[in-house]
Design a protein around this ligand. Structure first.
Ligand code: ATP
Ligand code: LTN
Length: 333
């Protein structure tokens, strides 16, 4: 890792099985960044418990998410891969930043509004302060860039506001991070309701494709994906279902949507959907095989996350001490 490389931080919650939205919108893009940047990729388990998680499920999924990073080509030799709860500075910095964030700002977050509607009265305080912990993740490493899907843009803006406020209240401490939102794959939509993003915590399995879904299930789910009665494969906002499938085909094959539109000009949805399903299968089958291998090698995974936590801890502790000093806490040593 060289000192002059820009720093990248990103993470995924082990709150459900990963979807192709997580793959195309996040992980696949991380692979392209690993040579040019000093990257920290985290499994954000502290974020996942903002909604109720079954202990044995979150334990299993945390390792699955880590295995998926590696299987997708995120190289543990080139990147720092770790589990958020292994670096306690995240929770500590989260508290310090909580005291520099306004309730009004948090109430405006659309993700909170959506999720709190779903969970009603029993919504946790953690769900409201979730973006503050995310700010801590990013600011502890002085990240320059944060690759995320479009849905996280608002959280990134809040991170910048929190960082600026801390810098102005005390003295310059944090770098102000920029979002890094890929043009393609930025938003894979729900297959049953293409006005919503595809989400691993949806109640309807037909609305998403999991990275670990079998080929048959992928074919079935694509077949059932909502389209329209127009019957033409056209990249248009009037046809959100078809547009989404075209985006998926485009990110899975690397072809642009204009070419796809031309190729399917005279073909029906059945043919088109068949090709979309096969393209997804072709792309993710090798990833699935590697995930299975890695999960059979728990010692290897353990060596990766232990090593990653050690590196992350060193950097994060230093920044946390700096924050504590600026706030006026008496140094413990
Ligand atoms: P949940 O449904 O539990 O809120 P999620 O599926 O949205 O989770 P996260 O862990 O919150 O997943 O997000 C991990 C990363 O994957 C983020 O960078 C996010 O922007 C990206 N991502 C998630 N869903 C999609 C999607 N449908 N399209 C593109 N990117 C996505
Ligand atoms: N909130 C993010 C996950 C996340 C994250 C981060 C992403 C937690 N901490 C830091 C980038 C940087 C989400 O995708 N739901």
């Amino acid at each position: 890792m060289s000192e002059d490389k820009k720093v990248i931080f990103s993470g995924i919650q082990p709150s459900g099985n990963l979807t192709i939205g997580n793959y195309f919108g996040a992980i696949k893009n991380w692979v392209k960044l690993q040579d040019k940047y000093d990257c920290y990729y985290c499994v954000v388990d502290l974020h996942a418990i903002t909604v109720r998680q079954e202990p044995k499920d979150i334990r299993r999924r945390t390792l699955e998410v880590l295995a998926t990073y590696i299987a997708s080509g995120v190289d543990p030799e080139k990147n720092t891969l770790f589990i958020q709860s292994h670096v306690s500075a995240h929770a500590e910095a989260g508290w310090l930043l909580n005291c520099n964030t306004y309730i009004g700002e948090l109430n405006r977050m659309t993700q909170f509004k959506d999720k709190s509607q779903r969970y009603g009265e029993s919504v946790s305080a953690g769900l409201l302060t979730y973006p503050v912990l995310m700010a801590a993740d990013i600011l502890l490493y002085n990240a320059d860039l944060v690759p995320v899907g479009n849905d996280q843009k608002q959280h990134l803006e809040l991170t910048r506001d929190i960082a600026n406020r801390f810098n102005n209240t005390y003295s310059p401490t944090f770098k102000i991070p920029d979002p890094y939102i890929p043009k393609e794959g930025a938003r894979i939509m729900d297959l049953q309701n293409p006005s919503k993003k595809m989400s691993k915590s949806s109640d309807n399995p037909n609305s998403y494709i999991l990275i670990m879904d079998t080929p048959d299930i992928i074919r079935k789910k694509i077949n059932r994906a909502v389209t329209d009665s127009l019957g033409v494969v056209k990249y248009s906002d009037d046809q959100p279902g078809v547009k989404n499938l075209m985006n998926i085909l485009s990110v899975a094959t690397g072809r642009n949507v204009n070419d796809i539109e031309k190729e399917y000009e005279k073909l029906g949805y059945a043919e088109f959907k068949k090709d979309v399903a096969e393209a997804i299968i072709r792309e993710i089958e090798p990833v699935q095989n590697k995930v299975k291998d890695l999960l059979n090698n728990k010692e290897y995974l353990e060596s990766i996350y232990k090593n990653g936590a050690e590196k992350a801890n060193y950097v994060a502790r230093k920044m946390l001490s700096k924050m504590q000093r600026k706030i006026g806490f008496v140094a413990s040593r």
